[in-house]
Design a binder for this molecule. Structure first.
Ligand code: TRP
Length: 479
């Protein structure tokens, strides 16, 4: 009775709670699984040496991803607010400077920037639902024809803007109506269906002559391809894929009912996410090799390889349409999680209604997204280079990048690791050990392991990656 009353008052005191732990795991998995797994992971792996990248990626998930996910969930559940106020509140409660609010700030900025290009890419998915359903790819043989269709789409800013707008309207509409019930129900159907279609795709890939080459590319690490940038990208990808460093996991943690261990939930989300990325990678690279495509094709990779597979397999049109629809839904589940922290912040601080708050945030993201739209057409030749000149210290932070590349680089390689580093330092070194133990509610052995990794391994690993990203090693002449 007491429990149910306190749960009830907890429910009333905030914008909602997950109905169960399973619901939370599903929603968090819905946010983690998205374009990152199926669109970004394969092309980043392709550009960064295949197997060696995959190995580093999996290592990053376990060594850095899971401990930081547990940390974010713990902070969120304790703070019970949007990430910005959560960080301020906990810092003050733990008798530290309120300036730790900057963790929340960088995280939320990263989320906004990611969503701005995520929406544009989700727009490509929508376009591909219609292209596949309309039979555009039917009977096509040659990979170059598929490439041509993709290029025709991205060179057209009007189309891209139209799809980007539709996706943002959908996201805003869902977030405006509150997310718990709708989202929970939706992911319960979407995730199993996506896995099923991914398995079908994998079965098809296994029948192609590229399957062995695909497996080799993914799972046989070639140490000679190991370089500092692949480490950097693997770590950025792990953060991106687990939705870390954007405040989203902290936000979802704030909707968790008090009590119950956080460790198992984080592991479940991370495993599901990794498995889906790996399965998608095997399927996509098999098709790449079977059709003489290049694994290093960049952001267009899945938009060329998947239609090739759908055009060739039995019932390919149906499977293709279903696949892109599911991908759209997983992208929506991620987009919602990206927008939520901002909406919660506006609602909690600026006294705004949810609908208005969602519209304002959506508009800001939409405008930022135009930069990504134009990166593929009007501004494609406009490359940004950022030289840093601090007197004796001179280096180039990034070079020859389109607006989209800059936003991607800035978020994945700078903001997300920076947020992760600060979170690990704050929690591992400044928060009281007892506060962490009370909130995490995991067994003492697991706790000790988590605490050790978070204090020692995560900050050093993320720190090195971050320093590398901002070019510090170039100053001192290594790397
Ligand atoms: N994890 C998502 C994906 O793999 C992308 C993403 C990055 C994200 N950061 C996020 C989603 C924060 C939700 C919240 O596609």
């Amino acid at each position: 009775m007491i429990v149910s009353t306190s749960r009830k008052s907890e429910r009333l005191s905030l914008h909602g709670l997950w109905s169960s732990r399973t619901a939370f795991v599903l929603a968090a998995t819905g946010s983690a699984v998205g374009l990152g797994n199926i669109w970004r992971f394969p092309y980043v792996a392709g550009e960064n040496g295949g197997g060696i990248f995959v190995l580093l990626y999996v290592a990053c998930i376990f060594l850095i991803g899971i401990p930081i996910m547990m940390t974010e969930l713990m902070l969120g559940r304790r703070g019970r607010r949007n990430p910005l106020d959560t960080m301020r509140l906990i810092a003050v409660e733990e008798r530290h400077s309120p300036h730790w609010v900057w963790i929340g700030r960088t995280a939320m900025l990263a989320g906004l920037l990611i969503l701005s290009y995520y929406s544009v890419i989700a727009g490509w998915i929508m376009a591909y639902i219609f292209r596949t359903a309309g039979g555009v790819f039917h009977g096509m043989q040659d990979a170059t024809e598929f490439e041509a269709i993709f290029s025709a789409l991205i060179v057209d800013p009007e189309r891209l803007i139209a799809w980007h707008s539709i996706f943002m309207v959908l996201t805003v509409a869902i977030v405006a109506h509150g997310i718990e019930r709708g989202l929970e129900r939706a992911v319960k159907i979407i995730m199993p269906a996506l896995c099923f279609i991914l398995l079908l795709l994998l079965l098809y890939a296994a029948t192609t002559p590229g399957f062995i080459a695909g497996l080799k590319f993914m799972f046989s690490p070639d140490i000679s391809k190991l370089n500092s940038t692949s480490v950097l990208f693997a770590m950025g990808m792990a953060f991106f894929s687990l939705s870390l460093g954007t405040g989203a996991i902290m936000m979802y943690g704030s909707y968790l009912p008090k009590g119950g261990s956080i460790g198992g939930m984080a592991v479940a989300v991370a495993l599901a996410d990794t498995l889906i990325a790996l399965l998608a990678g095997v399927a996509i690279f098999s098709i790449v090799f079977a059709n003489g495509l290049e694994p290093t094709a960049g952001p267009g990779l899945v938009f060329i390889t998947l239609p090739v597979a759908f055009a060739k397999m039995p019932m390919g049109t149906l499977i293709g349409v279903l696949f892109f629809i599911l991908l759209l839904f997983t992208a929506l589940a991620s987009a919602i999680a990206l927008l939520e922290p901002w909406v919660a912040w506006l609602v909690e601080n600026k006294n705004q209604g949810r609908i208005q708050a969602a519209c304002i945030c959506g508009l800001v993201v939409w405008i930022l997204g135009l930069g990504t739209v134009f990166s593929f057409n009007l501004w494609a030749d406009y490359k940004w280079t950022f030289p840093v000149d601090l007197g004796r210290v001179r280096y180039v932070l990034f070079e020859d990048k389109t607006f989209f590349n800059v936003v991607d680089f800035l978020t994945s390689n700078i903001l997300l690791p920076l947020g992760g580093l600060l979170t690990a330092l704050f929690t591992g070194h400044l928060m009281r050990r007892q506060s962490c133990q009370d909130e995490l509610q995991i067994g003492s052995k697991t706790f000790n392991l988590w605490y050790f990794v978070l204090r020692n391994i995560s900050p050093i690993a993320v720190g090195i990656v971050f320093l590398h990203a901002v070019g510090v090693f170039k100053w001192v002449g290594i790397g």
